[in-house]
Structure formats: C-alpha cells, structure tokens
Design a protein around this ligand. Structure first.
Ligand SMILES: Cc1cc2nc3c(=O)[nH]c(=O)nc-3n(C[C@H](O)[C@H](O)[C@H](O)COP(=O)(O)OP(=O)(O)OC[C@H]3O[C@@H](n4cnc5c(N)ncnc54)[C@H](O)[C@@H]3O)c2cc1C
Ligand code: SF4
Length: 331
C-alpha cells in the first residue's frame, strides 16, 4: 500500500492555499473513490488533506426562488432523503438512490461524487496497461479492446471512457452550477462546462485547476424540476454503474411538452445533453410515442459506437423515451 501523510483542514482559505502550493496533495472527503484509486495505483498523492470538517459545507438549503444549494460535503444519503430535494428535484434524489450502495452513500459526498474518475477497467488496472488517462502518451487499451461499457458520443482516439457519476447526469439536465473557491476567489461553473471531453488530454476530467475546492452545487428553480425522473440501466439490480442512464425533466401544457431537458449517462466522457431532441420535443404530445421517438432520434445522428457497444444506441433511445414519459406523468 502506498503510504501518505494525513492532515485535517479546518479553514477553507488555508485548504485552498495548501492545495494550490503542493502538487502532491489531494483533498479527501468520503474517500470512497480516492482510496480505491490509491490501491489501484492510479493516483499516488503524498499528502491527503481531510476536508470533512470544513465549516458550512454540508448544508442542504432550499433557495427562496425554488432552487436548491447543496454543500459539497453533504452526504449522498442525506441529499437523497431530504424532503425539499425530493419535492423540488426528484431527479436528483433518484440519481443518488440508484448510485453505489447504502453504506457508500452514507460516506460519500456530492463534491466527491462529481469528481470521481472513470471506471474504465484499463484505467483502474494496477498492472499499468496502456492508458492515456492514467499515463499520458501510453495509448488507449479500450479503443480496440474491451469497450462494451465505453462511449458512443464525443470520444477521441486518445480515450473512449465514460463518466460514471449518476448525480452528474441529473445536474447536467437541470443546468446546475458548481460553486468553486480557488486561489483567486470564488467562481461559478455551469455544470455542462464542468466535465471535459477527452480530446488529446484525457488525463483531465474537468476544468478545475490546482487549488480549486468545490464548495457547493446550486440547482436553479426550473419549471421542469418537479416533473423529473432518473432512469438507470445496469448489468445487475444491486449496486452497479450505469450502462446507460437518463435524467429527464419536463414542463407541459395539457400533455403537450412546453420544454424538456434530457441528459444521458454512460455514453460519453461527460453527461451528454440531448439538445437536438429537446428542441424537437417542443409541442409534441406525451401520448404520441412515435413523435417522441423521432424527436429523441434527432440526438443520435452523431452517435459513434465502438466495436462492442453498438447496443447502447438503441438502448439509450428506449431509456430516453421511458424516462421522458415517466417524468411527464408527474407534470
Ligand atoms: C463499489 C462502488 C460502487 C459505486 N457505484 C456508483 C454508482 O453506481 N454511481 C455513482 O455515481 N457512483 C458510484 N460509486 C462512486 C461513489 O459514488 C464515489 O466514490 C463517491 O461519490 C465519491 O465521494 P467521496 O466523498 O467518497 O469522494 P473522495 O473519494 O473523498 O474524493 C474523490 C475525488 O474528489 C476530490 N474531492 C472530493 N471533494 C472535493 C471538493 N469538495 N472539492 C474538490 N475536490 C474534491 C478528491 O480529491 C478526489 O480526487 C461507487 C463507488 C464504489 C466504491
Ligand atoms: S478509455 Fe480512457 S481511461 Fe480507458 S484505457 Fe483508454 S485512455 Fe484509458
């Protein structure tokens, strides 16, 4: 086991400064991903800074306008059980409840959840197989290897991995915002801009820089928020990562869609918004399955499946239809 020093942070500014000045230091929250990564030797920090005791970062606060602010240190289980979260944004509560196991959700934080790294088996393999995300420039074993669980959108020859976070899919659909404190102060990052596509630098999962601490996530009030749903397809019913998942939120006028928000998980290096489908769905009747199907299909024209995951193209469209109809039934 790799050895490391452990310290506890009690002040946000000091935590940010320590991270900014020390390239070998990592924040640790629940530790449910980071410790696994260390065991797999995918990351080997020399110092861990425990951020669990930073003040005011675990609160779940309903905002007066109908939105929600979730502290980065709030535990997944607490957020999933919160009555205001369930009432305002059922899609967030459902995405969390379908993620990991009860024990993991009690430890894991929402900040850590959106920062978790891909489950690509080559990336996690302690034998250090070629993997550009783990060792830049070494190649991508999945591109022509076992890629059943990998991307069908937005991949590059350098990396075909998917983002494993369920919560991130719900937050992308809602156009949430990540509140970050860095060495130069606080800033907001649109959730859809938070995670990156791999391009030629797949070692970078997101746009955070050294010294950046996620403080909170804000979901703004949305007319679609209450009529929302998360549907996840996985290889087994107990805890498992998504093969394909979909977050849907919809606003209707008498069963006609006024606006829809759709984001897919398990298909790309970041949550994948179905923007073409969202436009095409405007005005469609929730009772007209054929119209819904052809609107959803508009977002799949640029799907690029790999050798072993072509099934995701059809599966994702079915999941989108079902999730949209279930969200619509709540409108
Ligand atoms: C067996 C298993 C099954 C799982 N299944 C699922 C699943 O189905 N769906 C799903 O979504 N997830 C799943 N997970 C992942 C799990 O949800 C994550 O491990 C967890 O959410 C990470 O949160 P944490 O607080 O433990 O993060 P940590 O492990 O403490 O940290 C993870 C990363 O985030 C960074 N970090 C943490 N907090 C902050 C912050 N505030 N600011 C900046 N950086 C920060 C850390 O430095 C580290 O790099 C599973 C995990 C396991 C082990
Ligand atoms: S898909 Fe990405 S994470 Fe997986 S082997 Fe290729 S470079 Fe590594």
């Amino acid at each position: 086991m790799h050895s490391f020093a452990l310290a506890r942070a009690d002040d946000q500014a000091k935590a940010v400064a320590a991270h900014a000045h020390d390239p070998h230091l990592a924040f640790i929250a629940g530790g449910t991903d980071l410790i696994g990564l260390i065991k797999d030797r995918a990351t080997l920090p020399e110092r861990l800074l425990d951020i669990n005791h930073l003040p005011d970062m675990a609160r779940i606060e309903p905002l007066p306008d109908g939105g929600l602010r979730i502290g980065a240190l709030a535990h997944m289980s607490d957020v999933a059980a919160d009555m205001e979260v369930r009432r305002r944004f059922p899609v967030i509560a459902e995405a969390l409840l379908f993620a990991a196991s009860g024990q993991l959700r009690n430890m894991a934080t929402v900040g850590g959840n959106i920062m978790q790294r891909t489950r690509c088996a080559y990336f996690r393999d302690e034998d250090d197989l070629p993997c550009n995300k783990r060792r830049p420039g070494s190649g991508c074993s999945a591109l022509h290897g076992l890629n059943r669980n990998h991307a069908i959108f937005g991949w590059s020859d350098a990396c075909v991995a998917t983002n494993p976070s369920d919560l991130a899919v719900a937050l992308a659909a809602l156009d949430a915002v990540v509140i970050v404190r860095g060495p130069t102060g606080q800033r907001s990052i649109r959730f859809t801009d938070f995670h990156r596509l791999p391009g030629s630098t797949p070692e970078r999962d997101n746009v955070l820089e050294r010294g950046d601490l996620i403080v909170a996530i804000e979901a703004p009030a949305r007319p679609e928020g209450g009529a929302s749903h998360y549907l996840k397809v996985r290889d087994r019913q107990s805890y498992e990562f998504a093969l394909v998942s979909l977050a849907a939120a919809v606003a209707t006028d008498d069963r006609r869609i006024r606006s829809a928000r759709l984001a897919l998980g398990g298909v790309a290096h970041k949550p994948w918004r179905l923007t073409a489908a969202e436009s095409a769905l405007r005005g469609a009747s929730l009772d007209d399955s054929d119209a819904l199907k052809s609107a959803i299909a508009e977002s799949f024209a640029d799907a690029r499946p790999l050798a072993h995951n072509a099934f995701k193209v059809e599966l994702a469209q079915r999941v989108a239809l079902r999730a949209l109809q279930t969200a619509g039934a709540r409108a």
